[in-house]
Design a protein around this ligand. Structure first.
Ligand code: AMP
Length: 375
């Protein structure tokens, strides 16, 4: 039987899984990584890059590096949310003949489906190389709030990439499937998904159907499309830059390369502080002044990071409260809470979730892989 791959086509990162010997597992990409950045670029030499290579050259080639295309797929150009998101990205966008969206890379214009297809194509090719066979079928996940147009556009992206999309399934449903919660009856499951760029929360109910097959229903879903790990990184970046400015008088944010190194250092420090209580931020030769090259060396504690992140964690918990209120259940009715998205590795987020729901959330399946595993 031909193999079908499960794809988590994320806003910031993607993952691919396959069932082998009855067990789902993640397929590594050509770079040996288990997730692939959702970034496509036309390099300065005219080469098309997808994934990590595209992400890496983004700062020095911002106009031709397209990221977060998932925000635009299945939307019309004139929508308010689109106009807002457009203002925040460095690549060019325009209205297509039918009122849709086109983005520019090099001297060509592409529909969001075509950009997503380039990502899917890489995922497909890398999976084929790993498995040593041709893959033509896939299951792709989408957010629970995606409408029919967004779902159809995702299907179309699959088709352009040469994939017959057997199913489009909801991301929270996939996460619940990965934990096998479809096998239990009358479970009420919350999926708390804090990723790189977006926050989503869904309340699911596992219902037993007459034919004996359990179904998973989304009973409420809420979120913030502009709340994610990247926002935390930005606040950390500003903290680092401000601290450095206090001692040196120099604002390294103004220099694009300095800015990139700050961004990378901010995310690295954040990730380290998920497993340690204190970390050192060390950027050699960040800038230079009359006295010669300057190094940036700072300590950041987990407590300080939690201060910096507090407003975002509080926002996520406010939205969680709203999602519960919109569902037919009370917090006490919830049987299971699943954490999805790399940012949920942050202990302060796990603690906030545990306090709100009154139970320890599940993290047994890697939070950036759980959706693809479910798919
Ligand atoms: P995702 O969109 O699910 O791939 O999540 C990516 C986000 O998770 C990024 O903002 C990462 O910085 C963040 N992240 C990944 N690992 C960790 C970690 N160990 N601690 C805190 N944040 C993390």
């Amino acid at each position: 039987m031909a193999k079908i791959i499960g794809i988590d086509l994320g806003t910031t990162n993607c993952a691919v899984a396959i069932v082998q010997s009855g067990e789902p597992s993640i397929i590594e990409n050509a770079e040996g990584a288990r997730t692939t950045p959702s970034v496509v670029a036309m390099s300065k030499t005219g080469e098309r890059l997808v994934g990590l290579l595209a992400k890496r050259q983004g700062v020095t080639n911002p106009k031709n590096t397209v990221y977060q295309i998932k925000r635009f797929i299945g939307h019309n150009f004139d929508e308010e949310a689109v106009q807002k998101d457009k203002a925040a990205v460095p690549f060019e966008m325009r209205k297509s003949a039918n009122g849709g969206i086109e983005v520019q890379m090099g001297d060509k214009w592409y529909r969001p489906e075509e950009i997503s297809a380039m990502i899917l194509q890489k995922l497909k090719q890398d999976a084929e190389a790993k498995l040593g066979e041709t893959i033509t079928e896939a299951v792709i996940t989408v957010p629970a709030y995606f409408n029919d147009t967004q779902r159809q556009a995702t299907r179309d992206a699959g088709k352009i990439a040469g994939l017959d999309v057997k199913r489009i399934i909801n991301e929270p449903t996939a996460a619940a499937l990965a934990y096998g919660f479809n096998k239990k009856k009358n479970e009420k499951v919350v999926v708390f998904d804090f990723g790189g760029g977006t926050f989503d929360i869904s309340v699911l109910e596992v219902a037993s159907a007459e034919d004996g097959e359990n179904s998973i229903e989304v009973r409420s879903t809420d979120g913030d499309a502009h709340l994610g790990g990247k926002d935390l990184d930005q606040n950390i970046m500003h903290w680092i830059a401000d601290e450095f400015k206090k001692e040196s008088g120099i604002d390294v944010r103004n220099d694009p390369l300095g800015r990139q190194r700050l961004d990378e250092a901010a995310e690295k420090a954040k990730i380290e502080l998920s497993s340690s209580l204190e970390t050192e931020i060390n950027i050699p030769f960040i800038t230079s002044d009359a006295s010669g090259p300057r190094n940036l060396l700072l300590k950041l504690t987990r407590a300080k990071l939690e201060d910096i992140a507090r407003e975002y964690i509080d926002r996520a918990m406010q939205i969680s409260k709203r999602a519960m209120e919109a569902s037919p259940f009370k917090v006490g009715d919830i049987n299971e809470v699943i954490l999805v998205g790399g940012q949920t590795r942050m202990p302060a987020i796990q603690k906030a979730v545990e306090e709100f729901f009154g139970k320890k959330p599940h993290m047994g399946v890697n939070p950036d892989e759980v959706v693809a595993i479910g798919a």
